[in-house]
Design a protein around this ligand. Structure first.
Ligand code: UDP
Length: 498
């Protein structure tokens, strides 16, 4: 039996992919699903109808290319849990009081998903870490469950270290530094930079425990990372967890090879063509490496007090910038008037371009005019910037961002920190406001053209070359996907011969 690649000879291997209901978990897992289809595996993605709109265009494009991939949509039980139609994800616009209801809706869907694993005859399932039950569902069917981590190997290793050694209890204060024990590098953090559920156990702590246990019962895990990006942590993680794992990244680069893919990625509503051309036209007037891309991912909103600091820092930096901003409805005005005036001013001076809502990030990052990012260290964005060979100003906010910052700044040395001190929940503002001076300092260091900057750029470019090699034939991620598919194939065969 030949190993199918583009022309798909593995049709007989059927997979179901189940992304979680939030943008930055859906995007990479859908890219991964598309990679499996690209290698001939028959792929069905399970999600709810509203969430499917985020990626259906890419799946349609793949189908047209003859790849065996489709979406199976489930109807989200909105009315059963008392939610308005269309509210079925965990996103920046999900009102806080509705979050438990989205979880409830998801729980109601669980038996239906389990049935589909059976009905659709899945040979294996790849499910988000937030579906720990799927490890047991797979076990019942006698098929492998592969867990998708939305994070980095370093972040998972760091979390493991903190949970195992509890170094944050050995310091006197919330701001005293401690070393994360047992890791390949000396990485230092403070208690305030750890997620709240690590510091003080709550419901989320229990959920994470269940997730970790489900990982032990899974066949293995897959990451949007690649060996050369975090090799020590890749090995470390597998060792401490005692599980199999495959880095398959950068999935964005691999799955989205032409501009229609890149433009379609993650966008729910169609922006007008005019709007799209706007940023591109503007960017094309700028010299190489001269523009900053400023974005804080798909889940973040800042209070007006913070928006004002960012605006001043950008304007004062003297560098051109694209800033992806979001109106904040929770605060009176939410900085809207301020931002509108700011937008008018920087458009007139030609210094800045604001994108409201969703930006075509992959297309922007690959434009030669972009010279660096200001980022919250969301893992997808880190991988995408590495892929584009860009250094970063790091400004971690929530989730595992503070761990990712360690990789970017201390291990890879391709980032300058703004000096963020405090972890917050993704849907909270937190109490920290980073000053315009701190942001400005980071930007100056990144874009200043000094020795340090040049070195960072050189390292980022080198990683970008390695990212591209990783997905080519013979590259680490390429080998990983081929090995994994081969393994899953033999598992299936051994089962049918039993
Ligand atoms: N993204 C995008 N346009 C936006 C915001 C985000 O294309 O305006 C994409 C980005 O390319 C990345 C993902 O959404 O793939 C965000 O994931 P990340 O892990 O960086 O951050 P999170 O959204 O989880 O905070």
């Amino acid at each position: 039996m030949g190993m199918g690649t583009e022309n798909g000879k593995n049709h007989e291997l059927r997979a179901i992919f189940v992304p979680f209901l939030s943008t930055s978990h859906i995007i990479p897992l859908v890219d991964m699903a598309r990679l499996f289809a690209m290698h001939g595996v028959d792929v069905t993605i399970l999600t709810t109808s509203h969430n499917a709109t985020m990626f259906q265009k890419s799946i349609d494009l793949d189908s047209l290319r003859g790849r065996p991939i489709r979406t199976h949509t489930l109807k989200f039980p909105a009315s059963m849990v008392g939610l308005p139609e269309g509210v079925e994800s965990f996103n920046v616009d999900t009102p806080k009081d509705m979050i438990p209801k989205v979880y409830m809706g998801l729980a109601i869907l669980q038996p239906e998903m389990e049935n589909l694993f059976h009905q659709l005859n899945a040979d294996f399932i790849v499910t988000d870490l937030f579906y720990p039950w799927s490890a047991d569902a797979a076990a019942k069917l006698g098929i492998p469950r592969i867990m998708f981590h939305g994070a980095s190997y370093l972040a998972r290793s760091a979390l493991h270290s903190v949970q195992q050694y509890q170094p944050h209890f050995n310091v006197e204060s919330d701001s005293e530094k401690f070393v994360l024990p047992g890791l390949p590098n000396q990485l230092e953090m403070t208690r305030l930079q750890l997620p709240d559920w690590v510091r003080t156990p709550n419901g989320y702590t229990d959920l994470m425990k269940t997730i970790m246990e489900s990982e032990e019962r899974s066949y293995g895990s897959v990451f949007n990372s690649f060996y050369e990006l975090e090799r020590d942590y890749y090995e470390h993680y597998k060792k401490v967890m005692g599980t199999k794992s495959w880095g398959l990244g950068p999935v964005s680069l691999w799955a989205n090879q032409d501009s229609s893919d890149k433009a379609a990625r993650g966008k729910t509503e169609l922006e007008s063509e005019e709007e799209e051309e706007g940023w591109l036209k503007w960017l094309n007037t700028k010299p190489e490496n001269s523009v900053l891309y400023v974005s804080f991912g798909s889940m973040n909103k800042f209070p007006e007090s913070q928006l004002v600091e960012i605006a001043h820092a950008l304007e004062g930096s003297g560098h051109s910038f694209i800033w992806v901003v979001r109106k904040n409805e929770e605060e009176e005005g939410g900085g809207f008037n301020f931002l509108q005036e700011f937008e008018k001013r920087v458009r007139e001076s030609g210094k800045g371009y604001l994108i409201w809502g969703w930006a075509p990030q992959l297309l922007i990052l690959e434009n030669v005019a972009i010279g660096g990012l200001v980022t919250h260290c969301g893992w997808n964005t880190v991988v995408e910037s590495v892929n584009a060979g860009l250094p970063m100003v790091t400004w971690p906010l929530f989730a595992e961002h503070f761990f990712n910052e360690k990789l970017v700044v201390d291990v890879l040395k391709i980032g300058v920190p703004v000096g963020a001190k405090e972890w917050r929940n993704w849907n909270e503002f937190g109490s920290e406001v980073v000053s315009r001076e701190a942001i400005g300092k980071g930007i100056a260091c990144l874009m200043g053209g000094g020795e340090e900057d040049k070195e960072m750029r050189r390292r980022a470019k080198k990683l970008s070359v390695e990212a591209k090699k990783a997905i080519e034939l013979g590259g680490s991620s390429h080998n990983n996907i081929l090995h994994l598919i081969r393994e899953l194939h033999s598992l299936k065969l051994s089962k049918s011969h039993r």
